[in-house]
Design a protein around this ligand. Structure first.
Ligand SMILES: Cc1cc2nc3c(=O)[nH]c(=O)nc-3n(C[C@H](O)[C@H](O)[C@H](O)COP(=O)(O)O)c2cc1C
Length: 179
């Protein structure tokens, strides 16, 4: 499948809609070069510091968390509806216990600008380099959100990834038509 570099805004709407309906696949990599993939349902894309930024929220309990912290890179991949089952799997089991790429036959492709891989079976890919990280501050958070999403005090870390490159597969336009 051919992948072409596109503008980071080209698939903005479909990326956000897909994320809210099914989730996206985030890849990370350890210092030693072990890759992992997890599903994300929260995040946003915009301009900060005059840069295109993908903001993702990752709880410290995720295997992914130390990978991003240590290497400062991640990619976000927009799946096709054909691999929705893999999206759900990657959002329920941990890379501590499974090689999720192998289990779900997802093919890691080398990133161009970052070490974290792209996923061949996905349609759109954002390569990101962390330029800022932060933690959700409990006392600054609305009480109703805090009690609903953080009963175990597992507050998300917020990673601000500069989008270094965005790619789309030749199937992206057609397959994301409904999004
Ligand atoms: C639809 C969906 C969306 C999710 N969104 C997030 C998210 O934005 N942040 C997060 O920390 N975990 C999120 N999760 C949970 C992680 O994907 C899940 O805990 C995963 O097993 C972590 O994998 P890891 O331990 O290999 O990093 C989501 C799960 C699903 C099913």
């Amino acid at each position: 499948m051919q992948k072409t570099e596109v503008n980071f805004t080209d698939y903005l709407k479909s990326t956000l809609k897909f994320m809210s309906r099914y989730g996206l696949l985030l890849t990370s990599i350890s210092r030693e070069g072990k890759a992992n993939v997890m599903t994300i349902g929260w995040g946003t894309i915009g301009i900060i510091w005059n840069k295109p930024i993908f903001v993702v929220l990752v709880r410290p309990s995720r295997f992914t968390y130390n990978f991003i912290k240590d290497t400062g890179v991640f990619t976000v991949n927009v799946p096709s509806e054909r691999i929705i089952e893999a999206v759900s799997f990657c959002g329920t089991v941990s890379g501590r216990d499974y090689d999720k790429f192998k289990e779900k036959e997802l093919t890691p492709l080398p990133g161009e600008k970052v070490k974290s891989p792209l996923i061949k079976e996905c349609l759109v890919h954002y390569e990101c380099k962390v330029v800022h990280k932060n933690v959700v501050i409990p006392k600054e958070l609305a009480l109703n959100i805090s009690s609903l999403f953080y009963p175990e005090n597992d507050y998300h870390n917020i990673f601000f990834g500069e989008i270094m490159a965005t790619y789309a597969s030749d199937m992206a336009k057609e397959s994301l038509g409904n999004f």
